[in-house]
Design a binder for this molecule. Structure first.
Ligand code: ATP
Length: 251
C-alpha cells in the first residue's frame, strides 16, 4: 500500500506520525519505505539519513536518476530523503505530466515493499499532488485545534480534484487526532467536531488518538527510535495501538 500522510496545516504531526508508523511497521516485520516529500527535511534528519550531496527525492522527481539510486537503507526503515533543494520543485515542475512523476518512479519498486509511506509538506502544491497521485490512501493527522479541523474541508477539495483528474481510486484511510490532552475539555469538544466533519467528508476518525508527550521532541532530537528506547512511554503505546488499529482495518 502507498499511503500519504497529509494535511496542509503545519505542525499537526505529519512527520512524527510517518516516522512512528513506519518504524513500528518495520518492527512488526513489514517492509517499509518512507519518502520524505517535505523540503524541510525534518524526517530525513530525525533518522540520520544522508541529505548532503546524495541523491534525494528532488533528483528523482526531475528524473535524473533511478529510484534504486535514491533509496537509503537505515535501521529505522528504508528512505528516500529530501533536503531544501526540494523547495524549488514547486516552481520548476511546470511541464505536462508533472503530477505523475512520483507515481512513475515508484512503479518499479512498489512490489518490493508492504508499505510505502509519504510525508508531505504543509501545502497543497505540486509535491502533495504528486504524493496523492501515487497513493492508494491518505492518512490525515490533525491536532485538536479549531483551525486544524477547518483545514480538513479544504484538504478534501484537493483530494476530490486529484480523484477527478489523476487518481480515481484514491481513498481517505482515516483521520488521526494527535497531540491530544484528554484532561483538557476543549480537546474533547474538538474530538466531537472532528468526528462530525469526518462524517461529512465520508471519512472516519480512528479510535486511537495520540497523546501529547515530551518524549516526541526528545526522541527526534536524539534520533532515537521510540520502539527501541521509549517502549513504555504513553505516546509509544499510542502509536503502537494505532498501527494495530490501522492493520486491523486494512485486512
Ligand atoms: N504527540 C506529540 N507530543 C508532543 N509533541 C509532538 C507530538 N507530535 C508531534 N510533536 C511535535 O510537534 C511539532 C510538529 O510536529 P511535526 O513536525 O511532526 O508536524 P508536521 O505536521 O510534520 O509539521 P510540518 O507541517 O511543519 O511538516 C514537532 O516539534 C514535534 O516534535
Amino acid at each position: 500500500m502507498i499511503l500519504s500522510v497529509a494535511n496542509q496545516k503545519g505542525g499537526v504531526a505529519k512527520t512524527t506520525s510517518t516516522l512512528a508508523i513506519a518504524s513500528n511497521l518495520k518492527k512488526k516485520g513489514y517492509k517499509a519505505l518512507v519518502i520524505d516529500m517535505d523540503p524541510q527535511g525534518n524526517l530525513s534528519e530525525s533518522v540520520n539519513a544522508n541529505q548532503i550531496e546524495v541523491p534525494t527525492i528532488y533528483e528523482l522527481l526531475k528524473q535524473e536518476l533511478t529510484v534504486d539510486e535514491a533509496i537509503q537503507k537505515l535501521d529505522f526503515f528504508d528512505i528516500i530523503p529530501s533536503n531544501i533543494m526540494l523547495a524549488g520543485a514547486e516552481q520548476e515542475m511546470s511541464f505536462t505530466g508533472k503530477e505523475y512523476r512520483l507515481k512513475e518512479s515508484l512503479e518499479n519498486i512498489n512490489a518490493l515493499y508492504d508499505y510505502i509511506i509519504i510525508d508531505t509538506p504543509p501545502s497543497l502544491g505540486i509535491l502533495t499532488i504528486n504524493a496523492f497521485t501515487a497513493s492508494d490512501e491518505i492518512l490525515i493527522p490533525t491536532t485538536p485545534g479549531i483551525f486544524a479541523v477547518n483545514g480538513i474541508e479544504q484538504l478534501n477539495n484537493t483530494i476530490n480534484n486529484v480523484k477527478k483528474y489523476c487518481n480515481k481510486d484514491l481513498k481517505i484511510n482515516g483521520i488521526l487526532i494527535t497531540r491530544f490532552n484528554p484532561r483538557v475539555n476543549i480537546n474533547k469538544s474538538i474530538k466531537t467536531l472532528t468526528e462530525h466533519l469526518a462524517n461529512h467528508i465520508g471519512a472516519k476518525v480512528y479510535n486511537t488518538y495520540i497523546r501529547n508527550s515530551v518524549i516526541i521532541e526528545e526522541s527526534q532530537a536524539n534520533k532515537i527510535n521510540l520502539f527501541d528506547n521509549y517502549k513504555s512511554a504513553t505516546v509509544t503505546e499510542d502509536y503502537n495501538s494505532f498501527v494495530k488499529e490501522f492493520l486491523n482495518n486494512n485486512f
